[in-house]
Design a protein around this ligand. Structure first.
Ligand code: MCA
Ligand code: AMP
Length: 499
């Protein structure tokens, strides 16, 4: 198998001076990224597994690239992960080292693994001749099936599971996107996605690096930042629907207002605007098309499967659909009883098979087996249809206990457990409610232990943010005298709505 990141093997000449990544005023060329990642790979080559404190910085890129080049599996961590979730991820993945930037303050839970400091500015100095040297170390990537990344993802119940992604899946998925989008080394990708999930890290960083192209990360999403980078050389934009919704809101300002016009012009000039991680409402598609003359295209993926389908750059953009299966991906619709469905009228669970799939959940053979059929198809849990020309439309989700908020997948069960650990909460149920900005918003329904002075919404939100992660915090809390239950005592979530 060719290396995952061929452009970083030993870049020389013009290839070495081409920009690989840029975060604000700090940019790394292929030459510098190759050097810095080789030096770091030498330091971690004997680590069994490493955690990466995945801030949106060049340090994260160096760390992940070094781990990939050394053949050491990396676990990207959300730097905002709360205590309970972080403890679970560390106990489950057992990293021997944590790679972090020089100024990162790590929580006490990360005191045990060896800290390896990654300094992008030091690598700048290294390229000027002060490198400590790598003593002839030449990184050797692992085998195609060897774990490359372990990405934690939520399920309906219990704590997040680590999806083990082999090198083969990353290469296959990125190459299928190259085919669908004509993605080349000339492309300059712009995005502001977090670097601890598949979208931002694999598509948004490893995608450009595999092609020998470049990525400019905004650090934090803003319509102004998107306009600036697309207006000065960016060719592609990746984002979640919440980001495109915020762009559409900016574009709704009257023509002639500076920010609106600059953004409209920048978006019009881009080669490709891509949305994923959740459904982009047709209303937002239309607002962007009306203001820019450009169609956003959607692709459909999952942490476990990487990318499954996508509208092709040379295909018909069709709002509300996620395009046909990508090269190498088999996709079918299946009835509850396992019957495979055919034809444009069929609605069923989307199941996929192909080289893009993960190898399983870390330490969870039970969950891995449950997620697959006997003949190796992965059950996505998404419900869809397939048009006559092969375009897939996602119409829903089998589990009501999975919430997609801002493009993040959140399990109702993990939030309920965190809420129940609060002394003011006797019973809790969590649901997702439609939200124009976030797609869905987390809503908690609580029976309190102290009706006279119940914990406030803010207190419960802070509690969940501190235990799990800020994006999992409930945005609304309803206080009830009792939760609606059926005869078996099971909470009837469908009865939970505001009177
Ligand atoms: C607010 N904040 C808090 C609290 N309240 N922090 C701690 N405790 C609290 N109680 C902070 C937040 O941390 C954040 O800080 C700020 O307040 C606002 O947070 P929030 O409202 O949650 O979010 P937002 O800033 O409005 O973010 C919207 C977003 C974000 C930028 C769209 O949701 C996002 O980045 N989504 C991307 C998700 C993603 O990449 N999913 C891919 C997985 P501060 O302002 O400092 O930041 S899916 C995937 O990978 C598959 C394969 C696929 O198909 O793509
Ligand atoms: P995650 O587990 O966070 O990787 O999220 C994967 C899920 O995101 C999928 O199972 C889908 O439900 C959803 N998803 C991803 N892309 C799209 C899309 N373009 N349209 C609708 N849903 C999507």
């Amino acid at each position: 198998m060719t290396p995952l990141l061929p452009a970083l093997q030993s870049p020389t000449g013009p290839a070495a001076s081409r920009e690989a990544v840029r975060f604000g005023d700090l940019s790394l060329t292929y030459g510098r990224l190759a050097e810095a990642s080789t030096a770091l790979a030498a330091r971690i080559a004997d680590a069994g597994r490493v955690a990466v404190w995945a801030t949106p910085t060049p340090e994260t890129v160096i760390a992940v690239v070094a781990a990939l080049r050394a053949g050491v599996p990396a676990v990207p961590l959300n730097p905002r992960t709360g205590e309970r979730e972080l403890a679970h991820i560390l106990a489950d993945s057992e990293p021997t080292a944590v790679l972090a930037g020089p100024d990162d303050e790590l929580p006490p839970a990360l005191e045990k693994p060896r800290r390896v400091t990654v300094d992008a500015r030091a690598s700048e100095r290294a390229s000027e001749g002060t490198d400590e040297g790598t003593d002839g170390y030449a990184p050797g990537e692992g085998a195609p099936e060897a774990p490359a990344l372990i990405v934690y993802t939520s399920g309906t119940t219990g704590p997040p599971k680590g999806a083990v992604l082999p090198r083969r899946a990353i290469a296959a998925s990125l190459d299928a996107l190259e085919d669908a989008w004509g993605w080349t080394g000339d492309d300059v990708l712009v995005h502001a996605l977090p670097l601890f999930h598949v979208h931002g890290l694999i598509l948004g960083v490893l995608g450009p690096l595999r092609r020998g192209g470049s990525v400019r990360h905004l650090g934090k999403f803003s319509p102004g930042g998107v306009a600036r980078e697309l207006g000065s050389g960016g060719t592609m934009l990746f984002g979640v629907p919440t980001m495109y919704h915020r762009l559409a809101e900016t574009l709704d300002a009257p023509t002639g207002s500076g920010e609106r016009d600059t953004l409209a012009e920048a978006l019009s000039g881009a080669r490709l605007l891509v949305s994923g991680s959740a459904a982009l409402p047709v209303h937002d598609h239309e607002r962007i098309a009306a203001a820019t003359g450009r169609r956003v295209i959607e692709r459909y993926g999952m942490t476990e499967t990487l990318m499954n389908t996508g509208i092709r750059a040379d295909g018909a953009p069709r709002p509300g659909t996620v395009g046909p299966p990508l090269a190498g991906v088999e996709l079918r619709l299946v009835e509850d009883d396992g019957t495979v469905l055919e034809g444009p009228e069929a609605i069923g669970e989307i199941q996929v098979r192909g080289p893009n799939l993960f190898t399983g959940y870390l330490n969870r053979p039970d969950a891995t087996a449950a997620a697959h059929t006997a003949d190796g198809w992965f059950r996505t849990g998404d419900v869809g249809t397939v048009d006559e020309d092969g375009y897939v439309r996602i119409v829903g989700r089998m589990a009501t206990d999975l919430i997609k908020s801002g493009g993040y997948k959140i399990g109702a069960g993990e939030i309920e457990n965190a809420l129940l650990a609060h002394p003011g909460v006797r019973e809790a149920a969590v649901t997702g409610e439609a939200d124009p900005d976030l797609g869905e918003r987390v809503v908690a329904w609580v029976v309190t232990t102290s009706p006279g002075s119940p914990p406030t919404t803010e207190e419960l939100a802070n509690h969940v943010a501190a235990q799990l992660a800020p994006h999992k915090r409930p945005r609304t809390v309803h206080y009830l005298d009792a939760l609606p239950r059926n005869d078996l005592g099971k909470i009837m979530k469908r009865s939970l709505h505001v009177q």
